[in-house]
Design a protein around this ligand. Structure first.
Ligand SMILES: [Zn+2]
Length: 252
């Protein structure tokens, strides 16, 4: 019985790591950039107006202002020191720096943020304490926000609605490679755990994947997955295929 409970707890954990972003206070925000000022003034109403022009997002509040329903999660990038060689991962990657005054610990984490509807970003944060490191990672994830292409590229499914990816795509980082492939409705996310969090927060529901190279490096695999999602949008597609696959960019 106890064992059963523990198993269900373990299964529940990934969902508990997903947090809804707290309500953004638009009034007290003092924008520092030109784009930020135009967002606050209501001149820019959609994040696409910034992303489509290839302009960088320089203030995290721009994303808070323009995207609703944001959720974030910290990826399991650290190793937990355990008697049995770790096993379950930790959201913190801890390092020790030896100084004359003693050992100084430092914490690093990776945050994924998305609206589960076509927008996702990842950010890396490091600090002497966990709270600032987490805040840094969250802010960076917002500045890295991308628009994701979805569609049904599965010939088995061919339903023409954007529940998967519109075509196969390869992402790379360092020596890690990941291939994301369209999957028929109901497949779910057949993917490594951290990558699953990323595509889920992007709003993709069904996917198949393959990994190559040094996938032991979690950071590289995470970056490769994000790179694949970025590359989806760079691909040129025939108008006829856009219709057939139900291809959509950003929110539905
Ligand atoms: Zn389909």
């Amino acid at each position: 019985m106890a064992e059963k409970q523990r198993t269900s707890e373990r299964r529940r954990r990934p969902h508990e790591r997903v947090h809804r972003e707290k309500e953004f206070d638009r009034e007290s925000w003092k924008p520092k950039t030109e784009i930020g000022k135009r967002v606050k003034a209501g001149e820019i109403k959609a994040i696409d107006e910034i992303i489509n022009q290839g302009k960088p997002i320089l203030e995290a509040e721009i994303v808070d202002c323009l995207l609703e329903g944001l959720e974030n999660t910290l990826l399991l990038v650290g190793q937990s020191k355990g008697k049995f060689g770790g096993g379950k991962g930790s959201i913190w990657r801890q390092t020790q720096k030896k100084t004359p005054e003693g050992n100084k610990p430092s914490f690093a984490t990776v945050c994924v943020i998305g609206n589960k509807d076509g927008y996702v970003g990842i950010g890396f944060g490091k600090g002497k304490e966990t709270v600032p490191a987490r805040e840094k990672a969250t802010r960076k994830a917002k500045l890295n926000m991308i628009k994701v292409r979805r569609g049904c590229g599965s010939w088995q499914c061919n339903c023409g609605s954007p529940h998967s990816v519109p075509y196969k795509i390869v992402g790379k980082s360092g020596s890690a490679q990941i291939v994301l492939m369209p999957a028929p409705r109901g497949t779910g996310l057949v993917l490594q755990k951290d990558c699953k969090d990323i595509v889920q927060l992007a709003g993709i529901k069904d996917i198949h994947s393959k990994t190559f190279g040094d996938t032991g490096s979690k950071l590289n695999l995470i970056r490769a997955c994000f790179n694949a999602l970025q590359k989806l949008t760079e691909m040129r597609v025939h108008e006829e295929y856009v219709k057939r696959s139900g291809l959509i960019e950003g929110k539905i």
